[in-house]
Design a binder for this molecule. Structure first.
Ligand SMILES: [Zn+2]
Length: 262
């Protein structure tokens, strides 16, 4: 594949094993990035099937509906095997080929180990990190469908909420998703084969609670937590600590601007 045949570069691509993982972990942020004008892509490592009530065709339609709801222009299935997803050279090559094709500025990788859910989640985390490294390697173009080496500048983690570890990330940050939380919930709702009404109510409660908690810690109604594999670099301390809030002192009466145990 020559450089001229490659599709447009994407600003951000998010990677996770199953269609519905990214909607749950960072759907609000993906929808927000689209609204902000960034070119966003979703990479599902597997089809997510088989599942008890799903099929390849329904899962594909649900993923497409969720994509449309979030407004994300590109959704690619990397076609690695579900349930037996394992980190290994061939799977790394396949994902790295997608990175080299779309040349994203940022890769968001679903991260962590889920003790009571699919082991694919942890393997997907490992594959994403390795593929990001492999993407830049020279003299291996034949392993990446003839694409040119590409260095992915930034890796961001989207942590699973029930990680088996109490993980100490080098740094974390929260994106305000107050304006896209309903879009996120609707995108999760698209997976009707996975979430019937009763299960969706539980997922909505769990996801809404987690996003409410993370948001509240940073002064937002709803937020999604992210982590970095390194400390946050800050050219301006004041701008960093203020985040998206005004840099002028807030006009909040003394004693009313904090939560009871914030
Ligand atoms: Zn999953």
């Amino acid at each position: 594949m020559s450089e001229t045949q490659l599709p447009d570069r994407l600003d951000v691509v998010a990677v996770a094993p199953h269609p519905d993982d990214l909607e749950i972990l960072c759907g609000g942020t993906l929808a927000k990035l689209v609204k902000q004008g960034y070119k966003v892509g979703i990479l599902d490592l597997t089809s997510g099937e088989p599942t008890p009530r799903g099929s390849l065709e329904t899962r594909k339609q649900e993923a497409e509906e969720a994509r449309r709801i979030l407004g994300v222009p590109v959704r690619i299935n990397v076609e690695l095997p579900n349930r037996v997803l394992m980190d290994g050279p061939e799977n790394r090559y396949k994902l790295a080929t997608v990175f080299r094709t779309y040349r994203p500025g940022i890769v968001i990788a679903a991260a962590g180990r889920t003790p009571a859910a699919s082991p694919d989640h942890h393997q997907g985390h490992l594959i994403a990190e390795a593929a990001r490294f492999y993407s830049q390697l020279t003299k291996w173009d034949d392993r990446f469908a003839g694409t040119a080496p590409y260095r992915v500048p930034h890796l961001v983690y989207a942590p699973y909420p029930f990680d088996a570890e109490h993980r100490t990330w080098h740094s974390t940050f929260v994106v305000d998703i107050s304006e896209t939380i309903e879009q996120k919930m609707e995108a999760i709702r698209a997976y009707r084969s996975q979430f019937d009404d009763e299960r969706f109510a539980r997922v909505r409660h769990m996801v809404g609670s987690a996003n409410g908690y993370h948001g509240a810690r940073c002064g937002f109604r709803y937020g999604e937590l992210f982590a970095l594999p390194h400390p946050v670099g800050a050219p301006d301390l004041v701008a960093l600590v203020h985040g998206s809030k005004p840099t002028a002192p807030p006009d909040v009466p003394v004693g009313q601007g904090h939560l009871p145990m914030g």
